[in-house]
Design a protein around this ligand. Structure first.
Ligand code: NAP
Length: 472
């Protein structure tokens, strides 16, 4: 077999997923000097961009402008986009191995973590990730129902998803109606009676996972008062010592910022967000109708592990706070792909620096790679995926040099296209996506919004003049 990567035998790479990690990996591959490469990207939804479209908050349009870079990458003639094609359903591992030298999984983290406490069956309790996907118009979540008729919401976790969700709950509907939030979400939130929001951190302020701009933005919102009990914001001795021993400037600034918020007097604002620290939910308490009405919290203290990490330990002290809506924002979790080795406890594809490992031998599985959240877990911001994808692509390049690729029996691009047409005749091409994109923007222009999204697969297909049955 001749080494792939020449103009006569280009390297054929399949990328599964079309979020930031997928696009950055494609960008790195296309930039390798003297390498003839063809990249096919498979996306199970009709639309690309993963969490940039369905995760980034609708009031953070600037962050979404990263899609301009992705558009440029997708427009490269060496790249093809196959939307509405699901690997594991329309195409299987053996299909990809028959057509590609290298396969890169960049499927993100579509699941979420649970708390494992009594009461998680109650109505009014949801994963924050589901709420995020719902207000962003993700087709899998457009039929979800959220009840905003109570006055108080509690958000478990103090990461950036928690601050996003708190901000959206505290955004006047007229402001939200100017974004690309799903219309049904704007309508439902217009009737929201939620005015009080708790953010519940199990550790202290120095360990809060949100970043400084995000918490500052929440505190700067006109309609929102952000406060915190001063005694919970004051650093405990262990956190203070850790900070003095060499904590980052960002952490010091975060603690200062939180102290300032805690000292701010009571303000007369529409919404009130209270940050709580050193508390862990131990039970959700329901009413007779099976709806959550309160959350029971244990008070924590911080103790250091042998490795020096400060972890929360429950004390015997407990309290209960009212909560008519409870969202757990305790992290996304990767979902296994059929026939791809998975590290269950970590919720990632089993890998070493991006090379997928055989679970028996722990040796790299030739030709299989991984990038993004499904490689490293759900951490970091969009830009973190760039160096992450680079690490994986460096492994792909090194393996290629050593002749360690798959030997596809049908490497010609038309052979793959024939297979896709047979398995998923209604697939969405790049040209189709451009039509959808333009239609969404046109609908948005008419209403002074960035775009009005198609929020169901059937609507997207109908807009393309296709019957809904083609999603089979
Ligand atoms: P995250 O940053 O990992 O935060 C998760 C939070 O949940 C932490 O406060 C964590 O506390 C807490 N938690 C975990 N398990 C818990 C439990 N059993 N009980 C109580 N609390 C628990 O996750 P995320 O907020 O889902 O965000 C995911 C990634 O996306 C992050 O890297 C985030 O920065 C990024 N993101 C960025 C933006 C933005 O840039 N604007 C927006 C959204 C998301 P511990 O620290 O104690 O574990």
């Amino acid at each position: 077999m001749t080494t792939p990567g020449t103009s006569r035998a280009p390297l054929r790479v399949a990328i599964v997923g079309s979020g930031p990690a997928a696009f950055y990996a494609a960008e790195h591959l296309l930039a390798i000097p003297d390498l003839a490469v063809r990249v096919d990207m498979f996306e199970r939804l009709p639309t690309p961009y993963g969490l940039v479209r369905a995760g980034v908050a609708p009031d953070h349009q600037k962050i979404k402008s990263v899609t301009r870079i992705f558009d440029r990458i997708a427009a490269d003639p060496r790249v093809r986009f196959y939307g509405l094609v699901e690997v594991g359903r329309h195409l299987h591992r053996a299909d990809l191995e028959r057509h590609y030298h290298q396969i890169l999984y960049a499927t993100g983290a579509q699941g979420n973590r649970v708390l494992d406490i009594p009461g998680e069956h109650l109505e009014g309790y949801h994963a924050a990730t589901a709420f995020v996907a719902w207000y962003n118009g993700h087709p899998d979540f457009c039929d979800r129902q959220f009840d905003f008729s109570g006055g108080t919401a509690a958000i478990v976790g103090v990461g950036n998803v928690a601050t996003d969700v708190a901000r959206i709950l505290c955004t006047p509907a007229d402001d939200l109606a100017r974004t690309d939030a799903a219309d049904y979400a704007v309508a439902a939130l217009r009737d929201s009676r939620i005015r009080r929001v708790y953010l519940l951190g199990r550790r202290g302020p120095a360990q809060a996972a949100f970043t400084n701009p995000e918490i500052k933005e929440l505190g700067d919102r006109d309609h929102v008062q952000v406060d915190a009990p001063l005694e919970e914001v004051r650093l405990d001795a262990a956190s203070r010592a850790a900070l003095e021993r060499g904590g980052s400037r960002d952490v010091a600034r975060k603690v200062e910022l939180l102290e300032r918020l805690a000292r701010r007097g009571r303000e007369n604002r529409t919404y009130r967000v209270t940050l709580r620290f050193l508390v862990s939910p131990v039970e959700l308490v329901g009413d007779d109708a099976g709806h959550v009405r309160a959350i029971r919290l244990a008070k924590n203290r911080l103790t250091a592990t042998a490795a020096g990490t400060l972890v929360a330990r429950r004390t015997s002290r407990q309290e209960e706070i009212a909560a008519d809506l409870v969202l757990r924002a305790v992290g996304y979790r990767g979902v296994a792909l059929p026939e791809v080795p998975f590290n269950e406890p970590w919720g990632v594809i089993l890998n070493d620096r991006g090379r997928v490992l055989d679970p028996q031998t722990r040796r790299p599985l030739v030709g299989h790679y991984v990038a993004g959240w499904i490689k490293r877990g759900a951490t970091g911001v969009i830009g973190t995926n760039k160096p992450d994808a680079n690490e994986t692509v460096s492994c792909m390049q090194a393996d290629l040099r050593r002749g360690l690729t798959l030997g596809p029996s049908e490497p010609h691009p038309e052979q793959l296209e024939r297979l896709v047409r047979a398995r998923q005749p209604g697939f969405v091409s790049l040209a189709d996506w451009h039509r959808l994109d333009e239609m969404e923007r046109a609908r948005g222009r008419a209403e002074g919004r960035p775009r009005v999204k198609f929020t169901s697969v059937a609507d997207a297909l109908a807009a393309l003049g296709r019957p809904p049955t083609t999603q089979a």
